[in-house]
Design a protein around this ligand. Sequence first.
Ligand SMILES: *[C@@H]1O[C@H](CO)[C@@H](O)[C@H](O)[C@H]1NC(C)=O
Ligand SMILES: *[C@@H]1O[C@H](CO)[C@@H](O)[C@H](O)[C@H]1NC(C)=O
Ligand SMILES: *[C@@H]1O[C@H](CO)[C@@H](O)[C@H](O)[C@H]1NC(C)=O
Ligand SMILES: *[C@@H]1O[C@H](CO)[C@@H](O)[C@H](O)[C@H]1NC(C)=O
Ligand SMILES: *[C@@H]1O[C@H](CO)[C@@H](O)[C@H](O)[C@H]1NC(C)=O
Length: 286
Amino acid sequence: MSVLKLVWNIGVLWSFVLGVCAQSGPNAPASKESAPNPVADIYPDGITGTFNSSIFVLPIPFKLARSLIPQQWSINEKAYRELLPGFPKNSYPTVHTFFPFVDLFNDGYSSYTYNKYLLITATNQLGIGALPEYGTVPVPATFSPSLEAYGYSGNTSCPGEISFDAYSDFKLPPAPTVAIKFKDVGNVAPWHMNFYVNVTNQPIMTNGTVCDNQIFLYNTTLSNGVNAPRGVMGSVKLGAPLLPEDTTFNNVFGVRVDTAFLEIPSVPCPKLQGYHGTGPGDRGTF
Ligand SMILES: *[C@@H]1O[C@H](CO)[C@@H](O)[C@H](O)[C@H]1NC(C)=O
Ligand SMILES: *[C@@H]1O[C@H](CO)[C@@H](O)[C@H](O)[C@H]1NC(C)=O
Ligand SMILES: *[C@@H]1O[C@H](CO)[C@@H](O)[C@H](O)[C@H]1NC(C)=O
Ligand SMILES: *[C@@H]1O[C@H](CO)[C@@H](O)[C@H](O)[C@H]1NC(C)=O
Ligand SMILES: *[C@@H]1O[C@H](CO)[C@@H](O)[C@H](O)[C@H]1NC(C)=O
């Protein structure tokens, strides 16, 4: 396995539930693999790829967020309120298992994404072995359908319903630690695209020492024109250890979009203080 592939496996910390790549199977409507990586030539020395994904905003009580995010860091509530007008009071926007807007340096403006656990394919020993550099706790898991794909649920009362489940190998009898069902709803609403661009571009960390600087670009052909982001709505169930109690979020909104990415792994987190993206494609201002 090449270094690049290895780093990609470890580094795309966002990927596990977010990854919605190619699609196959007898029940699948005609679909295609992610279009080719449009930025490989622009960053010939970088780790680049494409990431066809769905991203959901899961409101949890602010108090719960406060108890799950280590106490030494504050939460930039002002920043997410700005990006999420109309977001429920006393709530905090979890994005799957990620906790964005963590103010690592308590400076009031630097937002990092805190991620304690990563569900990762049990067979990916290299990936699991490398996670400790970030302090991230690997949760070996099995995905249904397998990693970075999604399936149509086949429920005839919900045509077009897409489903994705992840089973922690530690949980017996098996029950999904993550279960997602969703369908397309047209426009991206009620949360604005800027929010998704912003959260997916916050440096990812677990203990505040080493960060993963994932740059998701929304200004390539993958995310525009016929590939413009689509609104989705559905339900997401998260179980332990991701949340203290099994919780099902109904009628949650998200977006389905393909992006090109450039990844800069193993960046000392202090170097990213005040980080706000690199330009129009990852700043949400295009
Ligand atoms: C992303 O995946 C969906 C579902 O397979 C597909 O319809 C879409 O064309 C893909 N996007 C791109 C840009 O390839
Ligand atoms: C974070 O984890 C890394 C790797 O285990 C370790 O080197 C570093 O000291 C930890 N930082 C803190 C603040 O605990
Ligand atoms: C199919 O969808 C309906 C409506 O949402 C739901 O009540 C039913 O439980 C689903 N069936 C299965 C097998 O998931
Ligand atoms: C996200 O938005 C906040 C609030 O506007 C801003 O401070 C931060 O720099 C943004 N981050 C990125 C990666 O754009
Ligand atoms: C897309 O965004 C990136 C990073 O923000 C920027 O470097 C690049 O010039 C943008 N490309 C176009 C075509 O605007």
